[in-house]
Design a protein around this ligand. Structure first.
Ligand code: TYD
Ligand code: MG
Length: 453
């Protein structure tokens, strides 16, 4: 006999319970805090011992499933871990369905059947997208379904190697009265799929629509539940897409892959540094190249700054793709070193839509600001890296050799780097190392270069 399951609405703030949804909690006065939850008896699990000695528990998730997209595999830490649940988040229209259909093809080709559950589009719409991508795999099965219990029944009836659910906002558990896409539904459906994934050691990839303003909040509430969160982003009007992991129980975070949305799906950009620098105009004041690290790789990115006259009132400080807190710190350090900026507006950005939070980019940010403030371009072929401390000291950074190798590979010839990393430059005869110990020394060095011209 199936146990009776009832649902109630519970305040997520104080735990008060109500049989119906309330806009405001009568106990703690919180607004919009009621979420539908299951109560009462759930069917008890069969009384079979499932415990096992720790020595026999399989700990090695190294039998990973490759997606045939090397960049995404790297972002995941080497492919998909069996039994893991991955959430792919991104704005509507950014390319989530495209990416996972390509993944589905890769897995179907190499590993086995893939079930692609489409809750948003009909099977024929999925097929149309597949045709555009040139996908004809026999082992790629499409199921147009929104009832999560039927999705799981299909998975049980014909267990695939990988399940894709497009999207978690489109599926629903009929036992809940809430509408699809609400926090209750999203959470319950994801939990049900997660239980299935763990029980059968089959990975489930969930698509979640997320907007920057947070207006589609459902998938956000899943981040603690899933094993990995991968995001796909892109600037408006640009075909470049950045795929990265923001959470990963089975691999590193901050690993990154660049893709180009083409007429035939997403294609990986093989040399990200070259692509990021392609639009750069050398010899322009306010532009500097940072040798940054993203995950396990080095990446050259352009940092731009614009220092302008201030209007009345407090001058604006705008950071795009660079850490606003660090920008404030760097401006204070520069002020202390004699660069008058307190009354001027400062804009600093990382070009290419990248978000670089690494302190090692400090020196390049400073270089771009000084270059703009003095209207003096930096020497061509120069890169910079180094973290700057509150006292104006240029601090040693990790992986200097890897940064220099990337710079050398792209033809750069000068590197401004922390004095503490000077020894790392020994292996790169093609690069003239300019070690700097303090911001003041760096400013002097830039003055020297200018006077030589
Ligand atoms: P889609 O994967 O449907 O986005 P999401 O699932 O994140 O909402 O992709 C949306 C856009 O991508 C759409 O505007 C069309 C474009 N696109 C291409 O440019 N090339 C392609 O090969 C495909 C399939 C889509
Ligand atoms: Mg889609």
């Amino acid at each position: 006999m199936r146990a009776r399951i009832t649902t109630v609405f519970a305040c997520q703030s104080c735990g008060a319970v109500s049989p119906k949804w309330l806009g405001r909690c009568p106990d703690c006065s919180e607004w919009n805090s009621y979420v539908e939850e299951f109560r009462g008896e759930r069917p008890a699990a069969a009384a079979v011992s499932a415990s096992s000695p720790i020595s026999t528990v399989v700990s090695d998730p190294e039998t990973r499933i490759e997606t045939a997209l090397p960049g995404l595999d790297r972002v995941l830490g080497g492919g998909i871990v069996p039994g893991s649940v991955v959430l792919l988040g991104g704005e509507p229209g950014i390319g989530k369905s495209t990416l996972l259909l390509q993944v589905a093809r890769g897995v179907a080709r190499a590993s086995g059947e893939v079930l692609y559950v489409s809750g948003e589009e009909s099977a024929s719409q999925v097929r149309l997208r597949g045709e555009r991508l040139g996908i004809r795999e026999e082992r790629l099965l499409v199921l147009a379904e929104t009832d999560v219990t039927r999705v799981i029944a299909e998975c049980e009836a014909r267990p695939p190697s990988v399940v894709v659910v497009d999207s978690i906002q489109a599926v629903r558990d009929p036992a809940l009265s809430s509408a699809p896409g609400t926090v209750s539904q999203v959470r319950e459906c994801a939990s049900a799929l997660l239980r299935w994934a763990k029980a059968r050691t089959v990975p489930v990839l969930l698509i979640g629509h997320v907007t920057k303003d947070g207006s589609l909040a459902g998938p956000k509430s899943l981040e603690h539940l899933v094993d990995a969160v991968v995001t796909i982003e892109g600037e408006r009007g640009s075909s470049r897409r950045i795929v990265r992991a923001t959470k990963n129980r089975f691999g590193p975070v901050e690993e990154l892959a660049l893709y180009e949305m083409t007429g035939a799906g997403l294609s990986e950009i093989a040399n990200p540094s070259a692509a990021l620098l392609a639009e750069r105009r050398a010899g322009v004041a306010g532009s500097a190249v940072a040798a940054a690290r993203e995950g396990s790789r080095s990446l050259l990115v352009e940092i731009q700054a614009l220092v302008g006259a201030s209007s009345a009132g407090s001058p604006r400080r705008v950071a795009l793709g660079v850490d606003p807190g660090r920008l404030a710190l760097l401006l204070a350090v520069l002020e202390g070193a004699g660069v008058a900026l307190s009354t001027r507006e400062v804009f600093a950005s990382c070009a290419g839509g990248l978000d670089i939070r690494e302190p090692a980019c400090d020196l390049a940010v400073v270089a771009a600001i000084v270059s703009s403030a003095r209207n003096a371009p930096l020497p061509g072929g120069a890169v910079a890296f180094g973290e700057i401390g509150l006292l104006g000291e240029v601090r040693t950074v990790p992986a200097a050799a890897s940064r220099l190798r990337e710079a050398a590979a792209l033809g750069f010839t000068i590197a401004y780097l922390p004095a503490g990393n000077a020894a790392d430059a020994a292996g790169f005869p093609e690069i003239a190392a300019r070690p700097v110990a303090r911001v003041a020394d760096f400013l002097k060095e830039l003055d020297r270069v200018r006077s030589e011209k």
